[in-house]
Design a protein around this ligand. Structure first.
Ligand code: SAM
Length: 339
């Protein structure tokens, strides 16, 4: 089956519809792998269009499943397609598609877990750009499984902060789906209801563009929630220019008591005996009002709090490894042993 490459559109030879592929290969959706499939070609094309121009790009798709989004990507004429799918039941249908477009797109099918796969290994070196250049011709696209989406984005933000993995090639863009609530959190600005740790972390390293919603009814089986499509473009300079782990710790603790004054969460960065004094010092240095609630703090203000925390732990290195959650962990381990 030879595919025909036209200007800006690849015409695929006739293939069974995604619905038929699911029937043909008996691909019953597995809840444990968050399998919710999209069938509607116009919707699939809309997701891929949200990624912008991808002709001749290297595209990595996370969780292609039966291949609906994959077909829409192929139609845009990428140079190389890297498919990472954990469920081996989809391999034959993906191979069918790879075979149908083999004359125009080089397809790598990787049966594995996205959390354990080194995507960079499959990206050709010649696409490498400088960080300050426009994004490289590499795109990550995926209708992500709900079960891994938040863990995955936090891992990717850490890789972005270190310019590693797919970000060793430049400011690689992402077009991804999340549960609507998670997508809203990523995009939430100061004072917005959904503002949380994920908002500050995502916006520190990426420009977040909330594209559109997909109703749950568009998926098979229908999930209990709607879905939001988001594009993320790494920033040339992060807002807070400090190590990922330090920022994550400060932001996490400040949001740990969401409805209280933010200083209450910040106190948990320090051991009990110095907690109040050190948190107050941190807020004074950062010039932030201690009675501000976490969701009322802007990204730049979080930056000042992180800088102040860094200054304090440089002066008092004994606080650096203090982990508020550790005693609880030890306690529950103890409980488990005695039970
Ligand atoms: N792309 C298809 C679509 O839009 O119809 C399927 C999307 S479905 C929401 C998520 C897909 O991710 C499933 O095919 C599932 O098997 C796969 N998946 C789940 N966990 C994964 C993991 N850890 N690594 C790679 N793929 C995973």
């Amino acid at each position: 089956m030879a595919a025909v490459k036209k200007a800006f559109q690849v015409r695929l030879p006739p293939l069974p519809s995604i619905k038929d592929v699911i029937k043909l290969y008996k691909l019953r959706a597995l809840r444990e792998l968050s399998q919710n499939f999209l069938m509607e070609p116009r919707l699939l094309d809309k997701i891929v269009r949200a990624a912008g121009h991808i002709e001749n790009h290297v595209v990595c798709e996370v969780g292609p499943g039966p291949g609906g989004i994959t077909r829409s990507i192929v139609k845009q004429g990428p140079r190389k397609l890297i498919l990472i799918e954990k469920d081996p039941r989809f391999t034959p249908s993906l191979e069918l598609l790879a075979d149908a477009c083999k004359d125009v797109v080089d397809v790598d099918i990787i049966t594995g877990d996205i959390l354990k796969t080194d995507i960079a290994h499959f990206i050709p070196q010649d696409v490498k750009c400088e960080w300050t250049d426009p994004p490289p011709p590499v795109n990550l696209i995926g209708n992500l499984p709900f079960s891994v989406s938040t863990i995955l984005i936090i891992r990717w933000l850490e890789l972005i902060s270190k310019k590693e993995g797919p970000w060793a090639f430049g400011r690689t863009r992402m077009t991804l789906t999340f549960q609507k609530e998670v997508a809203e959190r990523m995009a939430a600005r100061m004072t917005e209801k959904q503002r949380c740790r994920l908002s500050v972390m995502t916006q520190n390293w990426c420009g977040v563009n909330y594209k559109f919603d997909i109703p749950g009814s568009a998926f098979l089986p229908k999930p209990e929630v709607d879905v939001g499509v988001v594009t993320l473009t790494p920033l040339k300079q992060p807002i807070i220019k400090l190590p990922f782990k330090l920022i994550e710790k400060v932001v996490r603790q400040i949001f740990s008591m969401r409805q209280k004054y933010s200083i209450r969460g910040a106190q948990t960065l320090f051991p009990e005996e110095v907690r109040e004094e050190m948190a107050l010092r941190m807020y004074k240095m950062a010039e932030i009002d201690p009675v501000t609630r976490p969701f009322q703090i802007a990204n730049g203000e979080f930056g000042r709090l992180c800088e102040a925390y860094k200054e304090i732990i440089t002066k008092y290195p004994e606080f650096e490894n203090y982990d508020y959650r550790a005693p609880k962990k030890l306690k529950s381990e103890g409980e488990a042993t005695t039970a």
